[in-house]
Design a protein around this ligand. Sequence first.
Ligand code: CA
Length: 230
Amino acid sequence: MTNTRILVVEDEIAIRDMLVFNLGRAGYEVFPVGSGNEARSSIADKHPDVVLMDWMLPDVSGLELTRQLKRDPDTREIPIIMLTARVQEDDRVAGLEGGADDYVTKPFSARELLARIKAVMRRGSALENEAIIVGNLKMDTGSHIVTADDEEIHLGPTEYKLLNFFMRHQDRVYSRGQLLDRVWGGTVYVEERTVDVHIRRLRKALTPYGCDMLIQTVRGAGYRFSLRGE
Ligand code: CA
């Protein structure tokens, strides 16, 4: 498994450095940025597991950026902890209504922040413990059991991860490179052809249930998972 990745969005260098130091020491992989724009590209690029978001940023407010991330189906599941010096109750409410998962008021201790991070991640994994249903396919993400018409389908670990990703991201085309990044993780080096091998295996496992056509090849672009026809 890859490390838990934390994106730190904070324009104050002293606080950012403190966070990078403490989170790194706690074993997290940390990506520090200083503006909303950098945050957007870093999220697309690094797929962080948690975002620490400062309220006041030079280009956009952390609150507005949080709203945007929570509206986007690609990023809405990433837990966001807002960091702010504001202490008024109204701001706290605005932060949570904007979609932030938690709220830490500056100055905070590293210990408190680490506890908050663990808490939002636990909540996240409890949420992931659910059944995803697409057509006659059902995936129980707690037990990792996949069924079609209540019959269990046996999948290898990579095929399971691939199907899990597809079921959560329907109707969109992903290139082989994007699938490698999102399913295999950006840190391992795998040839793009490997994606085709696992797609073939997955289709084969789904064929007896008529679900292989859910995985569509989009010529020159990649693959799409969709209930709609090609
Ligand atoms: Ca700031």
